[in-house]
Design a protein around this ligand. Structure first.
Ligand code: ZN
Length: 656
């Protein structure tokens, strides 16, 4: 482990909090030190108040901020003196501690200070850094972990046994640190939890952290427990529909749709095929903190009911002895390990599933290294329960209000790179869905840089390409709930006698056959949808009211329309709703080049401007209007509707 300190970079961080922001980010950059909001840092500053007196202010990482991206505003200023007095109290319930911290901040609107704030306050040094370093966890969670930690560090650190974060840990550390720290002390190890370092300036504290964690890494290396080679895994065999069925079972148990993110990379797959998997995977998380997102244990295999029963039994074992009444969380797993699948992370959103995946990525390292030292062991089940059902942690995850309508659901949109398709991606995203956007335009791959959109380049008339795209979509999100069949072409205007066979065939291939292929390939996935599958077919006004010069297009959209109606008939029993939209005169799409627009206007003897608003409401219809309706068709408003055809055309007298 090397220091990432760079003088030129450090100089860019100005102001009293500049160095604190800089080294916090350096810690955040290394995922083996802190992950997703884990870890925290602080600095003690003197500030002159309005009356000219000096205040000691503890700036500590606020909750909701990540060290990697923290800014000065992410630090909560608390009255240091007051917090130090809190540490002298014989007892203080954690919710009350949080209240005291929140009411003793010096800036209205600052984020809530970390629950580890008192720990930062009791350490006498200006700068304090705290991480959950993988290497320290591997050593302290191996047999004789405490002795190993003492062997590595001698009197450079104070060693604290495992105690849940909160007031009790802080007061224990306050006593223990005062009694044990000597002139050579530069840190504090919290067994099965993490490492503290401190110093007079930001660089000293940061570099001590690097040094201390580096010592644990060196220890692991010297015992051949650092780089663990896993055997070459057998290839995964769980197919798309097996993943979708698993997602359905998990969602049913969770009581709400959940996303699954499959990781079958060699590392995860090989771990899932570990000869001692039940032993190495069923002891508990790398650090109890993870349990909030991961639950105590991964599910082995696909038996969700058995997992739920075992989770309920764990809850019963510990809830009875708890001080206050606990309400059981949903008993669905958040992690799945199976030799045919690899690993699946489960989350309400793509971001949540990604966090679970990252946490387990590091857990595998921590576990395998501790195994190499003689056997991985976690904190007790009681300790894990105490964190999972800690009021404060529960409060952190409870988001205000109800989540967007499509949270936990997956939409697949064809022709997603432009026009109505692109607007559909936005409309479904706004409603909380994760999305697979398919398009033959390769730029689709980088159009949305966010975890909840998979942009997949794919020629829909190529069955193998479609197969690969669907496999990728299911790996990313676990299934497909909603399908927007939007991809289509509009060949240039031609009278019937001039239509070439190639034009006719390619129009039919893209507008009809590709949609058939997508529907066929998605049927099994949609049948497994937690809330029932929904298909929206983007048709055309030309279905009820064809136009001269557009025979190939009109005929293809009419064929697509019949396909959708038959799908509504055949798939109703599978809980899949199929409805069509018939837009007209949507000009902000890729179909409408200036030439096509001019030709169509001419066919109706209108100017382009007249043609654009040539409807009963004299209004322009935009891609967004169509997309919003497509999303609503998949929502609860239309829950009892299938086989319907809705115009979205500003009113057309030939349709009315
Ligand atoms: Zn911690």
């Amino acid at each position: 482990m090397r220091s990432l300190w760079n003088d030129a970079e450090a100089a860019q961080f100005s102001g009293p909090l500049g160095p604190r922001v800089y080294t916090s980010r350096l810690l955040g950059r290394d995922k083996s030190l802190v992950l997703h909001g884990g870890g925290n840092t602080s600095v003690k500053l003197r500030e002159t108040n309005l009356f000219g007196a000096e205040d000691e202010v503890l700036y500590v990482k606020g909750s909701g901020w990540d060290l990697e991206t923290i800014e000065a505003a992410g630090f909560s200023p608390v009255a240091l003196d007051y917090v130090r007095r809190l540490a002298q109290l014989p007892a203080l319930p954690d919710p009350q501690m949080v209240n005291e911290l929140n009411t003793h901040m010096l800036r209205a609107g600052a984020p809530s200070p970390s629950v580890e704030t008192i720990l930062h306050a009791i350490l006498p040094h200006a700068y304090v850094d705290h991480t959950h370093a993988d290497a320290v966890l591997s050593v302290s969670n191996a047999p004789q972990g405490e002795q190993r930690v003492r062997d590595i560090y001698g009197d450079t650190v104070v060693v604290i046994p495992y105690i849940m974060a909160g007031f009790d840990l802080a007061t224990y550390c306050a006593r223990e640190f005062a009694a044990r720290a000597g002139p050579g002390t530069i840190g504090m190890v919290l067994l099965s939890h993490g490492m503290f370092s401190f110093g007079a300036d930001a660089r000293e504290s940061y570099e001590r952290m690097i040094r201390l964690v580096g010592m644990a890494e060196g220890y692991l290396e010297s015992r051949k427990a650092w780089r663990i080679a896993l055997p070459e895994p057998r290839p995964p065999t769980a197919g798309r529909e097996a993943v979708a069925a698993l997602r359905r079972a998990i969602s049913d148990r969770a009581g709400t749709p959940m996303l699954l993110k499959v990781n079958d990379s060699p590392k995860f797959l090989s771990f899932a095929q570990h000869a001692q998997l039940p032993r190495v995977s069923q002891r508990g998380p790398a650090t109890p903190d993870h349990v909030i997102r991961t639950k105590p244990l991964p599910m082995l295999g696909f038996d969700v009911e058995a997992f739920a029963r075992s989770y309920a039994a764990y809850f019963e074992r510990h809830a009875a002895g708890a001080k206050e009444k606990k309400t059981m969380l949903d008993p669905a797993p958040r992690m799945v390990l199976d030799p045919t699948l690899g690993f699946a992370a489960v989350g309400r959103s793509a971001k949540d599933a990604g966090i679970v995946e990252d946490l387990y990525d590091h857990t595998i390292d921590v576990v395998l290294r501790a195994e190499a030292l003689g056997g991985w062991q976690a904190v007790s089940e009681q300790d894990i329960f105490d964190i999972e059902y800690w009021d404060l942690e529960q409060a952190k995850l409870r988001k205000a209000g109800s989540p967007p309508a499509f949270t936990g659901e997956v939409a697949l949109v064809t022709g997603a790179a432009s026009g109505i398709g692109r607007a559909c991606v936005e409309a479904f995203l706004k409603r909380g869905a994760a999305e697979a956007g398919l398009d033959r335009n390769p730029s689709i791959a980088s159009m949305w840089k966010r975890p909840d959109v998979a942009g997949l380049a794919c020629d829909l008339t190529d069955a193998a390409a479609l197969d690969a795209a669907l496999t990728e979509a299911v790996k990313r999100f676990g299934g497909i709930d909603m399908l927007v069949l939007n991809a289509g072409i509009f060949p240039s205007s031609q009278p019937i006698q001039e239509i070439g066979r190639d034009t006719w065939r390619s129009t039919m291939a893209i507008n009809v056959e590709a949609s058939l292929l997508v529907m066929q390939a998605c049927h099994g996935l949609m049948k497994a949808s937690p809330r029932g599958g929904r298909i929206v077919v983007v048709g055309s006004k030309n279905v009820p009211a064809p136009g001269p010069g557009a025979a190939a297009y009109s005929a293809s959209k009419a064929a697509l329309n019949q396909l959708a109606r038959v799908a509504a008939l055949e798939w109703g029993k599978d809980g899949i709703r199929v409805n069509s939209l018939h837009p007209n005169a949507v000009y902000d799409t890729a179909l409408w080049t200036d030439e096509v627009l001019a030709a169509r206007a001419k066919a109706y003897n209108l100017s382009v401007e007249q043609y654009k608003r040539n409807n009963l409401l004299r209004t322009e219809v935009a891609s967004k209007d169509v997309a919003e309706l497509a999303a609503e068709l998949c929502g609860p408003l239309f829950a009892k509707t299938t086989g319907a055809q809705l115009p979205v055309d500003g009113g057309n007298e030939r349709v009315v």
